[in-house]
Structures are given as structure tokens and as C-alpha cells.
Design a protein around this ligand. Structure first.
Ligand SMILES: N[C@@H](CCC(=O)N[C@@H](CS)C(=O)NCC(=O)O)C(=O)O
Length: 214
């Protein structure tokens, strides 16, 4: 059995974890998730039936983790050498932006995609304030930092980078120079490219199968 069981559908946030697994260099087996017939093992592990979800077959027993940013950080912990974890000096930026992307940024971009607007006068109650405030704040940081923690790539870049990647490709983020320059830096990573290649191959295969069925 591989070290990690990875529930995956290429058209989902499990792409983030696919990249994280490759950055971490841990052995994993992919368990395909068909939206219309989710594997029982996924539902047993995560009653939300959501992916990404992984099961780490650790020496002292299985550990189930869901929520993409939690999985990313967990993988940085179990990765050989732990080089994707922040140094003590980098910890503040690492956790700040990891949680910023999981909270305000995810909420702001989802609200935008769904057409939900914060009612006038209620920005103070919404964790993301407004789409503009959230996006401007991320831009402010990335304009001055090559990576989330400064000069060095850490696991936070897999999660924040995935949000920027997705946002630029699908238009949920504006195409600003700081986002484009950041994307260029993380897209140069071998692990990013390997995950993308695998992702594109799975999409092509699914499209071929649906054409054959049709
Ligand atoms: N909060 C979760 C969100 C996961 C999520 O919504 N995944 C979607 C795919 S992108 C999913 O599994 N959808 C299937 C469903 O809800 O049944 C995370 O950040 O990991």
C-alpha cells in the first residue's frame, strides 16, 4: 500500500493536493472520484463527500485529512527533510497568507463567481470585507515578495499559488502584474508542471471516454 491514498477528480480542488504531493515527494496512490458514484471509502473518511481528502497510512495508524490548506501543511510536515515548512522567521507570513487564502480569498472569489454581493454597510461583518479589499491586499503582498514567505518557496505557495493560478485562468482574479509575475515563478516548478501534465492527461482521457460513450 502506498503511503497516502489520494481521492482525486481532476476537475476539482484536489488538483491543489496533487501539486502538494509532488512537491512533498511522498508516495501516493490515486483513488479516482466519480461525482455520480463517490467511492464508499471517501464517504467513510469524509462524510462531506468532498475532495481533496487524503488518508495517510502512518506507521501507527491511518490519519484522514480534508481541507486543502490543512492537507498542504500536513504534507509539508511529513515530507522528507521538511524543507517546505516555514522557518521560525517565516512562520508569520506562512500562516497569515495560508489562512487568508483559505478564508477571505476563497470567500471573496466564490461570492464573486456566484454573483453574491455584500449588502451596503455590512462589509465590517463579512470576513473578506469586500472583493476589492481582499484582492488589493493580496496584490499588495505579492508585489513586494517573490513568494509568500519572501525569497523562498514554501508549501504556502502551493495553496496561495493554486488560488492565483485558478483565479487568473478562470477570471475570478483580475489580471494584475503582481499576480502574473508570481504565477510565472511558481509555474516554473517541476512539481507544478508534473501535476499539470498529469491533470491534462486525465482531462483528455475523460473527454475521449465521453466521446466514445456518446
Ligand atoms: N473546503 C474544502 C472545499 C472542497 C470542495 O468544495 N471540493 C469540491 C470540488 S472543488 C467537491 O468535492 N465537490 C463535490 C461535492 O460537493 O459533492 C477545501 O478547501 O478543501
Amino acid at each position: 500500500m502506498a503511503e497516502i491514498s489520494f481521492f482525486h477528480n481532476p476537475m476539482s480542488r484536489s488538483q491543489i493536493v496533487h501539486w502538494a504531493l509532488r512537491e512533498a515527494g511522498v508516495a501516493f496512490e490515486t483513488v479516482p472520484v466519480d461525482w455520480n458514484a463517490k467511492p464508499q471509502a471517501l464517504l467513510d473518511a469524509n462524510p462531506m463527500g468532498k475532495i481533496p481528502t487524503i488518508i495517510h497510512h502512518a506507521a501507527d495508524g491511518d490519519v484522514t485529512i480534508s481541507e486543502a490548506p490543512a492537507i498542504c501543511h500536513y504534507l509539508a510536515e511529513v515530507a522528507p527533510g521538511q524543507t517546505l515548512l516555514p522557518t521560525p522567521r517565516e512562520r508569520g507570513a506562512y500562516f497569515r497568507w495560508l489562512f487568508f487564502a483559505a478564508g477571505p480569498l476563497e470567500q471573496a472569489t466564490t461570492a464573486r463567481a456566484m454573483g453574491w454581493e455584500v449588502p451596503e454597510g455590512r462589509e465590517g461583518m463579512a470576513g473578506f470585507g469586500s472583493y476589492e479589499r481582499t484582492v488589493d491586499t493580496l496584490e499588495w503582498w505579492l508585489a513586494d515578495h517573490d513568494f509568500v514567505c519572501g525569497e523562498r518557496f514554501t508549501m504556502a505557495d502551493v495553496y496561495v499559488g493554486s488560488a492565483v493560478d485558478w483565479g487568473l485562468v478562470f477570471g475570478t482574479l483580475p489580471d494584475r502584474p503582481a499576480f502574473a509575475a508570481y504565477a510565472e515563478r511558481f509555474r516554473a516548478h517541476d512539481a507544478y508542471r508534473a501535476a499539470k501534465d498529469a491533470h491534462n492527461a486525465l482531462i483528455a482521457q475523460a473527454q475521449q471516454e465521453s466521446q466514445q460513450d456518446g
